[in-house]
Design a protein around this ligand. Structure first.
Ligand SMILES: CC(C)(COP(=O)(O)OP(=O)(O)OC[C@H]1O[C@@H](n2cnc3c(N)ncnc32)[C@H](O)[C@@H]1OP(=O)(O)O)[C@@H](O)C(=O)NCCC(=O)NCCS
Length: 190
């Protein structure tokens, strides 16, 4: 039984090495074979490159890594981007730690960091069928704003956005744009 109050949240430091991060990514993604994940093949160099000027938050339990999440400033453009934009990436919690609010706390750490760096929009892109990721994002105030098909990935993806300290677009506009993009993408990829 996990005692939630013993989970420690902090920015990545030298006590955690890339091997531990990689192990976590592989274990967290293992249960979802229908979803293509390039994050499990990532090298340390690519990971650091994707982090750029951003950072990684970790959750540890009795000195064991339990979860991670990266917040990385990006130049992404989109009708939903208000102010600067940051990507949430490499979101993973060990299955044995899932359901303890770890991802939710990591999201607030990332949003806090983004807000402190003047960023107004956080985006999270995931496979359209990654129910746990979508439920976690929605539970934490993200709204689905886009639907796309990347060439390198077998399945479509959805993008969700969360605004920080600015008025979000009307939910009806987000939904209308999402439905339009989903229809358009589905027709184009036939
Ligand atoms: C997605 C993931 C990070 C969620 O981590 P977590 O620490 O278990 O999430 P939380 O405990 O903060 O859950 C927050 C909310 O999300 C929802 N949720 C989380 N996992 C869910 C699941 N498997 N099915 C349905 N809803 C789920 C719940 O509503 C939950 O709120 P509740 O506890 O009040 O019911 C974790 O399942 C994971 O690592 N998945 C594999 C890796 C992955 O797919 N990452 C995203 C890639 S883009």
């Amino acid at each position: 039984m996990i005692e939630r109050e013993k989970i420690v949240y902090r920015e990545l430091d030298e006590t955690i090495d890339f091997e531990q991060i990689h192990e976590l990514l592989v274990a967290a993604h293992a249960g979802n074979e229908a979803v293509d994940f390039d994050t499990t093949n990532v090298s340390k160099e690519e990971f650091l490159k994707k982090m750029g000027e951003g950072t990684v938050f970790t959750a540890t339990y009795e000195d064991r890594l339990a979860g991670i999440m990266m917040v990385a400033p990006t130049k992404k453009k989109g009708w939903y981007v208000k102010g600067g934009c940051a990507d949430l990436r490499f979101i993973a919690v060990y299955p044995e730690f899932a359901g303890n609010g770890i991802a939710s706390r990591l999201i607030s750490c990332c949003l806090g960091w983004a807000g402190d760096h003047g960023i107004k929009t956080a985006v999270w892109t995931t496979a359209y069928n990654n129910a746990a990721a979508i439920a976690t994002a929605v539970k934490n105030g993200f709204i689905i704003v886009d639907y796309m098909k990347f060439r390198s990935v077998r399945h479509p993806s959805v993008r969700m956005a969360r605004w920080i300290g600015v008025k979000p677009p009307a939910a009806a506009i987000c939904k209308a744009y999402y439905l339009f993009k989903r229809t358009y993408t589905s027709i184009r990829s036939k």
